[in-house]
Ligand binder design. Structure first.
Ligand SMILES: [Zn+2]
Length: 362
């Protein structure tokens, strides 16, 4: 953890300022320590990541590592400890954290994919790199931190937040980037003051949450006035393959499978998809681009055509492993934008199959 992040974060329980007590440091980087708020709430910094999650949910995500952390530092922490039992209504958050933690620690290297930056800006539509310049940004649900890395090339400061152990990959990736920070936190209970950020974005995350609309509206609270919120979500139109066929397989079978087995089995559809794109969509787009435009998923698959096989494998695995997935129609997205009260709203039909919702807080 870089100390500069302390200017941004607050206690997720009472919103008061956090004070660090470092136990293990490497230069200014705090590898292990405790953050204490004005009301005495304590949060661990583990493997360089401040874990600003309420105690019971935190324990169910960190498990043994948290128990050992408090045992190691019992004397310094003055008797503070981890939570006791996971709250029942947190089960969906816990399973989401388990899936994303597994997926992103495994597919950690995707940031190297050169088409990834283009993909990022398609999702972030209508924002362009220049719109990020000098801005204070939040990536809500940052996974491996690859978008935090891309944003940091233009932003003034960017914080990536994720509930899962994917934060470990993200923290490693951005450790040397002075304007990028990673925080482990719950999107429903963000450790920031209201009206903190110039640009908040959330890519491919909130359609996997128990109450996506509430999560969307909650993000709004942290957007400054005249600042923007951009959210990318799965779409239903033109997307029968994912929204109907794959979604049925996920809901009935694969979401309950052991993740390592599902990852292995995902190789089969990923290989079929990769072959169809390489040996059909690619050549036809080269030979007859005007005709190819009318094929289903053409825009999306031609982007896939430039991604690595591992990236496509992850995409297939990702569609099958989620505990929850929601696909949205245009009228639903328009209703969200209306409810947000944002001005200058734009709804982009990204890759012809998904939605980027964008607006400015007035
Ligand atoms: Zn507090």
């Amino acid at each position: 953890m870089k100390p500069a992040v302390l200017d941004m974060v607050v206690c997720p329980l009472c919103q008061s300022t956090l004070r660090p007590t470092p136990y293990l440091q490497d230069g200014t980087w705090i590898e292990e320590g405790i953050l204490t708020c004005e009301n005495g709430d304590q949060f661990p910094i583990i493997r360089g990541i401040p874990v600003l999650i309420e105690p019971n949910l935190r324990l169910s995500i960190l498990g043994n590592e948290e128990t050992q952390f408090w045992r190691r530092h019992a004397a310094e922490a003055g008797g503070a400890s981890s939570g006791s039992a996971p709250a029942a209504d947190d089960s969906e958050k816990r399973s989401a954290a388990a899936v994303w933690g597994y997926q992103w620690q495994d597919f950690h290297e995707l940031w190297q994919d050169t088409a990834g930056v283009e993909q990022f800006y398609r999702w972030l539509a209508p924002l362009r790199p220049d719109d990020l310049r000098g801005k204070t940004m939040l990536d809500a649900g940052c996974g491996t931190g690859r978008h935090v890395l891309y944003s940091s090339r233009n932003a003034g400061l960017v914080i990536g937040v994720d509930i899962s152990l994917a934060t470990r990959v993200a923290a490693r990736l951005t450790r040397g980037v002075t304007n990028a920070h990673i925080v482990q936190a719950d999107i429903y209970r963000l450790p920031f003051r209201t009206e903190t950020f110039d640009r908040i974005y959330s890519i491919g995350v909130i359609h996997h949450l128990p109450d996506p609309r509430a999560a969307y509206l909650n993000l709004l609270r942290h957007v400054k006035r005249n600042a923007t919120l951009t959210v990318w979500l799965y779409g239903r139109e033109n997307n029968w393959l994912a929204a109907s066929f794959v979604e049925t397989i996920r809901a009935v079978f694969t979401r309950r499978m052991p993740l390592s087995l599902l990852k292995f089995l995902s190789l089969i559809p990923a290989t079929i998809l990769w072959s169809v794109i390489k040996f059909f969509y690619g050549p036809v787009n080269w030979l007859a681009p005007a005709g190819a435009r009318h094929f289903p998923y053409n825009t999306y698959f031609m982007l896939f055509n430039r991604l690595s096989f591992r990236h496509q494998w992850m995409n297939v695995f990702d569609k099958l492993n989620a505990p929850i997935a929601n696909y949205y129609r245009r009228d639903e997205m328009e209703a969200w934008l209306k409810a947000s009260g944002l001005s200058a709203t734009q709804l982009a039909h990204t890759n012809d199959i998904s939605w980027s919702l964008h607006g400015t807080r007035s």
